[in-house]
Design a protein around this ligand. Structure first.
Ligand SMILES: NC(=O)c1ccc[n+]([C@@H]2O[C@H](COP(=O)([O-])OP(=O)(O)OC[C@H]3O[C@@H](n4cnc5c(N)ncnc54)[C@H](OP(=O)(O)O)[C@@H]3O)[C@@H](O)[C@H]2O)c1
Length: 278
């Protein structure tokens, strides 16, 4: 059966891949971002109902993070609008080990909609498409939490899991934790990218305070500075989050993508060949 599916954040790291998967499977995909028609803006709740009109199922990617103030209100408004528009099911992207995100998960779970929750570890693609891409291009990754062992997950694995559970109702009501197949420190990550690119990417451990000062000096808004402080301290600092899950393999019947495979794919795409001026 073909569905009409709204992919919120459908041009972002996971949303773009989910939209591609679902389109390839013959579903009708509508992407919802601030640049689409109808427009979808998390900051403007009046955009929710028009974007949901005629839609059966939706993938929800909140931006920037379910931990930020305003997320709970936005998720409440979205699920209420989805129920009114007659949606059958939603899949929420959440963060592994984020207590604040769990409050949003509860809102979805109690909304009256069918749902699946997908809790993700830090993405590999933060270093190729996201906040830390520029540090790879500059050859130096200066980040806090040198001791943290992170089961980085590939956005393509998240997208494959989301694409499956969005359509397959046997996952209704489940919480699926998606991680990579092994844990890595930032130093090991820099070494793996160095090995794959043939360039030297140095890891420099810094304090959380120094990292936040750097963000402030770069003119980033206070909400971002707070968010990254939170993600480093509360999420990466919690040993419970430094565990590998088998859920990618359980859902997809194949192994999760190893970081070395991500590096090889990104090198092949040429993403890290560009200079900072590009
Ligand atoms: N990155 C990670 O490591 C990680 C780990 C676990 C969980 N998560 C969760 O993933 C989500 C974000 O992921 P991400 O950081 O990788 O970002 P992303 O999905 O790459 O985000 C970019 C997308 O969001 C859209 N967007 C930005 N602002 C928007 C707004 N105000 N209204 C509607 N759409 C907007 C963008 O389109 P436009 O700019 O065109 O609007 C684009 O499609 C968060 O909920 C976070 O908790 C991320």
């Amino acid at each position: 059966m073909k569905h009409n599916i709204l992919v919120i954040g459908g041009t972002g790291k996971t949303g773009r891949r989910v939209a591609e998967n679902l389109t390839a499977s013959g579903h009708n995909v509508r992407i919802g971002t601030r640049r689409t028609t109808p427009t979808f803006d998390w900051e403007d709740h009046s955009t929710f109902a028009p974007a949901l009109k005629g839609i059966d199922r939706a993938y929800i990617v909140y931006y920037p993070d379910l931990a930020v103030p305003g997320a709970k209100e936005a998720i409440t408004a979205l699920t209420e609008a989805a129920l009114k528009e007659g949606l059958e099911k939603v899949v929420l992207l959440s963060g592994k080990g984020e207590a604040e995100a769990e409050a949003c998960e509860e809102i979805v779970a109690n909304s009256g909609l069918n749902y699946t929750l997908v809790r993700a570890s830090w993405f590999n693609q933060n270093f190729s498409e996201g906040a830390f891409r520029d540090s790879i291009l500059a050859g130096q990754v200066a980040l806090p939490m040198p001791e943290a062992e992170i089961p980085f997950v590939d956005a393509s694995d998240i997208a494959d899991v989301v694409s499956k559970v969005l359509i397959d109702d046997s996952y209704n009501g489940e919480t699926i934790t998606v991680t990579g197949p092994r844990k890595m420190t930032f130093k090991a990550l820099a070494e793996a990218i160095s090995a794959g690119t043939g360039r030297t990417i140095q890891y420099v451990p810094i304090s959380i305070e120094a990292f936040k000062e750097g963000m402030k000096a770069a003119g980033l808004p206070d909400s971002y500075v707070w968010l990254f402080g939170y993600l480093f301290k509360e999420v990466l600092g919690n040993p419970e989050n430094q565990t590998v899950s088998n859920d990618v393999e359980r859902v997809l019947g194949r192994k999760a993508t190893d970081f070395s495979e991500f590096v090889a794919n990104t090198v092949a795409e040429g993403t890290w060949n560009q200079s900072l001026a590009d």
